[in-house]
Design a binder for this molecule. Sequence first.
Ligand code: 7TS
Length: 396
Amino acid sequence: MRVYLDNNATTIVDPHVFEEMVPYFCQMYGNPNSLHQFGSETHPALRWAMDKLYAGIGADDNDDIVVTSCATESINWVIKGVYFDHIFNGDKNHIITTEVEHPAVIAACKFLETLGVNVTYLPVNSDGVVETDVLEKSITDKTALVNVMWANNETGMLFPIEEIGKICKKHSVLFHTDATQAIGKVPVDVIKAGVDYLSFSAHKFHGPKGVGGLYIKKGKVITSLLSGGEQMDGLRSGTLNVPGIIGMGKAMELAVENLDFEKSNVKKLRNKLEDAILKISDTFVVGTKEQRTPNTILVSIKGIEGEAILWDLNKAGIAASTGSACASETLESNPVMEAIGAEADLAHTALRLSLSRFTTDEEVDYTIDAINKAVKRLRAISSTFSYAPDWHESKL
Ligand code: 7TS
């Protein structure tokens, strides 16, 4: 059996999405900017796909959604664009973000620090969520941008986006949210959330890889990312990725249609898996079930390195993930576990399981069995766990 539980890394392309894309490779392959029919025959599907993107995130017709290659690109564009528009060519010099953002945000902010920008990395509480009063207190008259993710990729924890939107509006500060892990899992409405910019990636919601988007609220200017032709109103030049855009539009349509399914069925399977893991002694899951995306579990299994259990699961045909990276001599701990204040030994034991609407009940049963077996095997040889006083093999 092969079980894919790493849907926060990427997802299977929905066969309906693939079907929608196919004609735009070998039949309707014209450049949309060309004046002949090969170009213009791509227009209806492109318009349809863009409409789906606008509708999917509740954008207004006067807002912009610019198609990019991925969320990483959208995120870099916003952060570096704000630098050009409001710091280099303005009087601001401060960006606020959190300690648990995706590396795309952290690395872009670190880069701006080398240019003299002050960046505040807000801490998170024990659930892995930023506190809004701490955020508000960190805003100064030099703050150009608040950058807070909608849902965390490691824990699935949802951030208080609407409240943060209101705080940013009150202080006239720009607000960017990275909604890469939110779209297709929880309702995303840019107007309700009060965001100025929002980033996403199609492959996280059963669309193709290599295509993403940046929402820009009407009236919010941003320095163009790629100068060249006039594509995307000159904001991001380069020949359009026609099949990618059409696939992303279809994926967005299906993501919205399946939100109820995520909330009921995916969540039910996730909870079944989570409850079974928590029956094992000395395990804990980060964050409450209700404040999390319906598909994600970040669990710490005491005494077991995340990489070790990944290895056992991989041998059983199960794909999962750990936020920690294994270097040759040092094992790095999960950064989100560290940010929530987990002790060093626990921060090495993170295992992320992320489901999708394609995950089945049989797959969850198979995974529960495989995890129980792996924990039993690995704890038996663990140098740290055998000393734990509350270790009861009978619980396995
Ligand atoms: N933002 C978040 C919250 C993400 O989870 C990811 C990818 C990105 C941005 C970047 O997306 P990309 O399409 O540009 O690569 N996150 C993960 C992950 O959690 N494991 O692998 C990729």
